[in-house]
Design a protein around this ligand. Structure first.
Ligand code: PMP
Length: 463
């Protein structure tokens, strides 16, 4: 740490935090007797807390966000230069970085055409849901308005997004939810045995076919869109099985269902391609993205559509209702696209997509080696630098590991100075997967350090 904060400053900050900040995802009772942890600085893959303790961050800012790593002065400078020129203008007006980033982004997304700016993943998804509803109203007398979402997927924190939320415990106590959202089964091959009728072979096609069954049950004339994560994040780091995505695409085309891919986590490099869907050769109609777009240097999210979707909103210009009547106050912040342009340049110039593919493969091998050594690892999965290790108490029965012991592993790593994650704690039975999403700049040494910490944590916790 650079030492600009005195011991008194730090003590003041900790007290102010304890007395006035309501932390995300936190039960605050323990902070009555222990200090909240405050992250003071970051550089590259590492962050330092208020005690000066150094941590290797294996989860890119807790929630897979800081793709290009900490302390990027060139992003700070790009944002600074833009802010002193023009910080903000919203509504129907454009901005210089908004136009330039849209052009660069579309260049990475063949088949896509239009970028709609907003400020969080939830908000981008809400906007996509609104588009589906409006298309249904305009074209199908409101009938084709249902949105399908998948068990275990997560799309955000708002009531609309929770209505499309596949993690039950995240939703508990927040209902009633919005109507018109319908769940389809998950595609986690490791837990296929829990799904009635799931075959041993061709599981991917079978899992996709379950979506078709839901469409037929609901009536294809009522289903407007299917919203999926390319690789499910908080629901268990689920990379879909072989055969899944091509079949999903076929089904969407067959029933004229828009394919909305939620790239809030996978987008902008996390899996080793610009977008997760590009790993699977599918062509979406709508794509939402947020976290990696500017690596957390500014709040920015985007909803990207095809020209076909865009065109539907200008076909009857004489009708006062026939445009997308939506706005986002902070969609007018120029810091977001200014940071995003530089973020994208860094990923390109530093070859971070290739690094992600190579280091992801290396880390996957290391996790498999850990699985050979530790019987508590039941499954290892993921894509690129987006990996998970599911812990079980009985390998044959695949019994999910007790949450407290999973948390003991993450706490042990934290004590060793390595921050790893675990899937959404609040989903019973689904809370047993260790998560790894280091920045895309990770080296073999960084990965070795993470693996060594996990190895000794597993040894200690399950001795
Ligand atoms: N979609 C996915 C797949 C996510 O993981 C998240 C957040 N973890 C969101 C949407 C919501 O994004 P935000 O928190 O920016 O609203």
């Amino acid at each position: 740490m650079d030492g600009t904060l005195s011991a008194n400053d730090i003590s003041h900050i900790v007290t102010a935090d304890r007395e006035h900040v309501w932390h995300h995802l936190s039960q605050h009772k323990p902070y009555e007797t222990t200090d909240p942890q405050i992250i003071i600085e970051g550089k590259g893959m590492r962050v330092w807390d208020q005690k000066g303790k150094e941590h290797l961050d294996a989860v890119s800012g807790a929630v897979w966000t800081v793709n290009v790593g900490y302390g990027r002065e060139s992003i700070a400078k790009a944002v600074y230069d833009q802010l002193i020129k023009l910080n903000y203008f919203a509504g129907a007006k454009g901005s210089v970085p908004g136009a330039i980033f849209a052009e660069k982004l579309i260049d990475k997304m063949p088949g896509m055409s239009r970028v709609y700016y907003c400020n969080s993943g939830s908000e981008a998804n809400e906007k996509a849901f609104k588009m589906v509803r409006q298309i249904a109203a305009k074209r199908y007398g409101g009938k084709k308005h249902k949105i399908l979402y998948r068990d275990r997927d997560y799309h955000g924190t708002t009531i609309g997004c929770l209505s499309a939320g596949g993690q039950d415990e995240r939703n508990a106590q927040y209902g009633p939810f919005a109507p018109g959202f319908v769940r389809v089964p998950h595609c986690l091959e490791y837990r296929a045995f829990e799904q009635e009728g799931a075959p041993i072979e061709h599981y991917g096609e079978w899992a996709a076919d379950q979506i078709e069954k839901v469409i037929l049950r609901e009536g294809p004339e009522t289903v407007g869109a299917l919203c999926l994560e390319p690789v499910t994040a908080g629901g268990g780091v689920i990379a879909p099985p072989e055969g899944y995505w091509p079949r999903v695409q076929e089904i969407c085309r067959k029933y004229d269902v828009l394919l909305h891919i939620d790239e809030v986590v996978c987008g902008v490099g996390r899996t080793g391609k610009w977008f997760g869907y590009q790993q699977y050769g599918v062509q979406p109609d709508m794509v939402t993205m947020a976290k990696g777009v500017a690596s957390g240097y500014a709040a920015i999210a985007c909803l990207v559509t095809t020209e076909g979707v865009f065109d539907m909103f200008k076909e009857d210009a004489a009708d006062p209702l026939d445009y997308f009547r939506d706005i986002s106050t902070f969609g007018g912040c120029t810091a977001g696209p200014a940071a995003a342009i530089e973020n994208m340049r860094i990923i390109e110039d530093e070859g971070l997509l290739d690094n992600t593919t190579n280091m992801g493969a290396y880390m996957m091998d290391q996790l498999h080696a850990l699985k050979d050594k530790h019987a508590v690892i039941g499954d290892v999965r993921g894509k690129g630098l987006f990996l998970g290790a599911e812990l079980v108490s009985d390998r044959d029965a695949k019994t999910p590991m007790d949450e407290k012991r999973v948390m003991a592993v993450t706490a042990d790593c934290m004590a060793q100075g390595v921050i790893i994650g675990a899937t959404n704690r609040s989903v019973p039975g689904y809370n047993n997967t260790l998560c790894f999403s280091p920045a895309l700049i990770a080296t073999k040494d960084d990965i070795d350090e993470i693996i060594t910490a996990v190895d000794s944590a597993l040894t200690r916790v399950f001795a």
